[in-house]
Design a protein around this ligand. Sequence first.
Ligand SMILES: Cc1cc2nc3c(=O)[nH]c(=O)nc-3n(C[C@H](O)[C@H](O)[C@H](O)COP(=O)(O)OP(=O)(O)OC[C@H]3O[C@@H](n4cnc5c(N)ncnc54)[C@H](O)[C@@H]3O)c2cc1C
Ligand code: SF4
Length: 533
Amino acid sequence: MADRLAFLTTPSRPRERRAPQERLGDRHEVYREGALLPVIAGQAGRCMDCGLPFCHHACPLGNLVPDWNTLVAHDAWRSAAARLLATNNFPEFTGRLCPAPCESACVLAIDSDAVTIKNVELSIADRAWESGYDRPQPPERMTGQRVAVVGSGPAGLAAAQQLTRAGHTTTVYERADRIGGLLRYGIPPFRLEKHRLDRRIDQMRAEGTRFRTGVAVGRDVAADDLRARYDAVVVAVGATACRDLPVPGRGLPGVHQAMTYLTHANRVDEGDYAVSPLSAEGLDVVIVGGGDTAADCLGTALRQRAAAVTQLDINPRPPARRAPGQPWPVHPKVYRVTTSHEEAGGAAAEPRVFAATAVGFDAGPDGRLAAVRFAEAEQPGRRPLPGTECTVPAGLVLLALGFSGPEQDGPDRDDPEQDGPEQDGPSPADRADRPGRADRGDPADRGGGRARGGGLVGQLGLTIDPQGRLTRDDGFAAPADGVFVAGDAGRGQSLIVWAIAEGRAVAAAVDRYLRGSTELPAPIAPSDGPLTV
Ligand SMILES: Cc1cc2nc3c(=O)[nH]c(=O)nc-3n(C[C@H](O)[C@H](O)[C@H](O)COP(=O)(O)OP(=O)(O)OC[C@H]3O[C@@H](n4cnc5c(N)ncnc54)[C@H](O)[C@@H]3O)c2cc1C
Ligand code: SF4
């Protein structure tokens, strides 16, 4: 520690954000670039090095938090980067997007402000890129074994990077036209600018990982053929089957899944469209849902100059502080003002209606959506309470109700057709002509023709548990020999930090399967979960 008493003398400093009005004028990240560096050594110095680092255990990656706090406090950035990169393949993503359960578990947080661990992590990550400490690590020798990874979200990417670095020839198959999963087409650029994702993918290419985009395994290439061509297959297809809301009026033009909306908005930033074919501009928007996806819809709608935005959250307003049932060190459910809610006006102009459930969508004289009917949600039970119904005008409804599990041979989430016929703009086929994206590689990956029936799940003999997740044993292995399951596909809808941890752990399992033993780290088991009481 630079100053043993810094936790008493140095106040916590949050990361500096740009002013909401400035942010709404662009889609750049909301935080001010470089603002952390002058203060971060002092912030890292607030770590007490308490000897019982609950932060380390609360992080699914087992990030060595006290170690890098001490190193940053002493300006030892190269060593700090080495410690961070030893446990986390993508700290530039978690440093921006992780909800930081480590901070909830920081010993200082018992009666004070936690160390700003996530900001320290981000500063190390960004500095490592700038200084060349985070450089490609191609394998010293190849094993001669070939691995296919299906899905290019954080789980698939982490698995692929670990396996490539271990010397296995690794190919990532992605059905979308770009790599990245929800990092690419879910999370908006105002929370993660995509050049950061591209930079990481370039690094992986330089290490030897191969990428095949625009290939839906189970549809464009038979999954069992893939299994026959590779020594092992990792299935990291995410859990992107959107929950729906089967209430009267659901089929009206103007009611859409949030992921359709966010995918289009992200495509504007990628240069595919000048204007989103599903824009909120000038419309009264109602977002149904209360999580990250809903907050991302809010921030996007505000940037598109929606006339008004209302968010219906079925849960009651959480308490301002930890409830007695959620004691330290668990990550508590408390009232949070996200950056999107701050842009909507903060707590003073709260767009959320808590304990509210949508009960129907009403059409106007033109047959299009005109209003949402909602009611107070009974707690617990969440049923609409009779006599509480009211309406809010709506020209666009976005359903952000979470995900039920992996998609099973349904339409691509990316496919505008899946969410009603009203959207204009180029078809997916038109878009495929654009340069600079599709990386389809070996024609064998698309052909030998169409896949047989049964899709990925049927062709690989995968099974589904009662929660809708792909089953795997305690070594991430699916029922079929040589097939492994990782990320949201096996865990259910979760977080980036868990996806990276799953990717690292499944890579260790695959390496052991191929070589009989492994030196790769396995930070979690499939049954591990967040700290609970
Ligand atoms: C809008 C939104 C915001 C979020 N914000 C946060 C956040 O701030 N912090 C956080 O920690 N978490 C956040 N999450 C959750 C986080 O993004 C996920 O938990 C994480 O991306 C899961 O990673 P994954 O690799 O398992 O799956 P995904 O990221 O879903 O990637 C799966 C990939 O597999 C591909 N695929 C599917 N089927 C096939 C097939 N048959 N063939 C080829 N490819 C296929 C898909 O196209 C996709 O690219 C958010 C999620 C959403 C939707
Ligand atoms: S990855 Fe998340 S939980 Fe782990 S140290 Fe970083 S912010 Fe904390």
